[in-house]
Design a protein around this ligand. Structure first.
Ligand SMILES: NC(=O)c1ccc[n+]([C@@H]2O[C@H](COP(=O)([O-])OP(=O)(O)OC[C@H]3O[C@@H](n4cnc5c(N)ncnc54)[C@H](O)[C@@H]3O)[C@@H](O)[C@H]2O)c1
Length: 337
């Protein structure tokens, strides 16, 4: 298959490119490098010993998209490109609607023109909002509590409407839980620009000496040790879920799948696991809980298991080992921006 990967130079995109190339697909990446790194694509080539094509362009650039669809003629699109920082989306919602929603409309428009019928889209467990029950399954009501989450839900609905127009079209929505870890080679991983928003890169940077200590927000939640608990999914398992979604005929024209490990791990559990694997003590401080943070949540991913034969195979130990290898080999990521 020829697969166009939007946002392929980013964290999850680069890992997915590796798995696509390993599975024998041809890959074309479009990324404006606003949060991605061209070096990650060089590393993808190195890991797989395969070629992939790349254009540095914005998905809102209709001409750039048309050119790719006319020359590469993709069979499918995996759509990662977008902005993902919740706090930034609250401060600058219009930018999020423009890039995420506007970018997706632009992409679907180019697909429609070229007759490309299949899209796999990166959504998020954020679309569920406050849990009415746990684990979240795909039938759980959606009520995102910030603009980032709302852009994801709007795009899901747009893709649903787009598939209704033509029975040849297929839209698969993957709602990710908490992607973490790195490729086992240590060559590609998560490289946040500036101070990490997510826990795992923060822990890794404290262990690597790049940050002084970790702030833990809240230690009186109703969890085993009082700290917040999340469903961490290894990024390579997540990448493989996209291959499952591309290949699967059991999926409906429009289908939504949770992609998580199916259990939650607290902040302290993750910290102590990381300490054990790295041999480095992680300094941390407790701070008050943050407005809007949930105590715990995790996924029911049984629908993905049944419909795509996908199952996560990596555990928290693998996550810490692979993150630590990536951190040690790349103490400054792909190079400080
Ligand atoms: N990482 C997570 O915790 C998480 C969780 C749930 C969902 N997601 C979603 O998964 C997708 C990928 O996330 P990630 O963690 O790899 O993020 P990332 O920032 O590493 O990757 C996104 C890539 O898209 C590119 N990009 C952004 N806007 C673009 C535009 N207008 N045109 C072209 N390229 C553009 C960036 O340069 C970057 O390389 C995003 O849509 C994100 O919302 C991520």
């Amino acid at each position: 298959m020829r697969v166009l990967v939007t946002g392929g130079a980013g964290y999850i995109g680069s890992h997915t490119c590796v798995e696509l190339l390993k599975a024998g697909h041809e890959v074309f990446v479009i990324d404006n490098l606003s949060n991605g790194h061209e070096t990650s694509l060089e590393r993808v080539r190195l890991i797989t010993n395969c070629e992939l094509q790349f254009t540095n362009a914005d998905i809102r650039d209709a001409n750039a998209l048309d050119k790719i669809f006319n020359t590469f003629k993709p069979d499918s699109v995996i759509h990662f490109a977008g902005l993902k920082a919740v706090g930034e989306s609250v401060a600058n919602p219009l930018m999020y609607y423009d890039v995420n929603v506007g970018g997706s409309v632009s992409l679907l428009t180019a697909m429609s023109k070229a007759g490309c019928n299949k899209i796999v889209f990166s959504s998020s467990a954020t679309v569920y909002g406050k849990p009415q029950y746990l684990p979240y399954d795909e039938e759980h009501p959606t009520n995102p509590v910030n603009p980032y989450g709302r852009t994801k839900l709007i795009i899901e609905n747009i893709i649903n409407d787009w598939t209704e127009v033509d029975t040849n079209r297929k839209g698969v929505i993957l709602r990710y839980f908490n992607p973490v870890g790195a490729h086992e080679s240590g060559q590609i991983g998560e490289e946040p620009i500036g101070i990490p928003n997510n826990l795992m890169p923060y822990i890794a940077q404290v262990a690597g000496g790049r940050r002084e200590h970790l702030n833990i927000f809240g230690n009186e939640y109703d969890t085993s040790d009082g700290t917040g608990a999340r469903d961490y999914i290894h990024v390579v398992d997540l990448a493989l879920a996209h291959i499952g979604a591309l290949n699967q005929n059991k999926l409906d024209m429009f289908d939504v799948l949770n992609i998580g490990a199916g259990k939650s791990t607290t902040v302290l559990e993750l910290v102590s696991n990381f300490e054990e694997i790295s041999g480095v003590p992680i300094k941390f401080k407790y701070l008050p809980r943050r407005e809007g943070d949930l105590a715990a949540f995790w996924a029911d991913s049984s629908k993905a298991f049944e419909k795509t034969s996908w199952k996560p195979e990596r555990n928290i130990n693998n996550i810490c080992e692979d993150t630590w290898r990536w951190q040690k080999l790349n103490p400054n990521g792909y190079g400080i921006k």
